[in-house]
Design a protein around this ligand. Structure first.
Ligand code: OFO
Length: 172
């Protein structure tokens, strides 16, 4: 059993994760429009990862006999000036997500809620990976500069990213 305050905080984070998925779907759509299919795939994999994050929280609420509350998802920005800006925005967004997860952990610590602390530990580790990916991508794109040929090569490289999370949420 978790507190009402914790239920509400997790519900808010489900919505944040759904927004993350939506944001990366918007970025994937723009990459497809730009014929950068590798980056489009990278962001679509990220979309699935975010859906996984949302559904992991969702299932935790069900396991704790607390009702998930489905709220409206904010509209993401539709256009970005270029790929590098997308990753800079992604990095800023992920730093915000890290702060959200830390807030959840602080609440769990204040409430001596050990089960939620265990769950949030998984997200804390995940955020280290998420931010690292963005920093590496920004560095690669800085090295590529304005060269379309190099961007084409990087597009091929990032398109090799595979999906390593469960996307059938009936199995979580
Ligand atoms: Fe991108 O980590 Fe969830 O939101």
């Amino acid at each position: 059993m978790i507190s009402q305050k914790m239920t509400e905080a997790i519900n808010t984070q489900i919505n944040n994760e759904m927004y993350s998925a939506y944001l990366y779907m918007a970025m994937s759509a723009q990459c497809s429009e730009m014929n950068l299919s590798g980056f489009a795939k990278w962001f679509m994999v990220q979309y699935h990862e975010e859906m996984f994050h949302a559904m992991k929280f969702y299932n935790y609420l069900l396991d704790q006999n607390s009702a998930p509350k489905i709220k409206a998802i904010k509209e993401p920005p539709a256009k970005f000036s270029d790929i590098k800006e997308m990753f800079e925005k992604t990095y800023e967004h992920e730093k915000g997500v890290t702060a959200n997860i830390r807030g959840l952990m602080e609440l769990a610590l204040a409430e001596n809620d050990y089960a939620s602390q265990n769950l949030f530990k998984w997200y804390i580790d995940e955020q280290v990976e998420e931010e690292k990916n963005d920093v590496e991508m920004i560095a690669k794109l800085s090295m590529a500069g304005d060269s379309p040929a190099t961007l084409f090569m990087v597009d091929g490289f990032v398109g090799a990213r595979g999906l390593h999370v469960e996307s059938d949420f009936t199995k979580l």
